[in-house]
Write a new protein. Structure first.
Length: 64
């Protein structure tokens, strides 16, 4: 089993994904969040969660 993400990370990630276009690269996403989020730990958690959501969406079959 994986770690459970805190509500702050999930809520912030959803808001950021609505407003910004993120890349497929964790490092690039982390640098993009540097000006927005002060805490290094939270920034890394959010960047990792964004990457996880994007990977999950890429694996879903497209319904036409």
């Amino acid at each position: 089993m994986g770690r459970i993400k805190i509500a702050l990370v999930k809520r912030t990630t959803k808001e950021l994904m609505k407003n910004f276009q993120f890349a497929d690269d964790f490092e690039r996403d982390k640098k993009m969040l540097t000006g927005t989020i002060e805490s290094k730990r939270i920034r890394n958690m959010i960047a990792g969660y964004i990457k996880r959501i994007q990977r999950r969406n890429d694996r879903k079959p497209k319904i036409i």
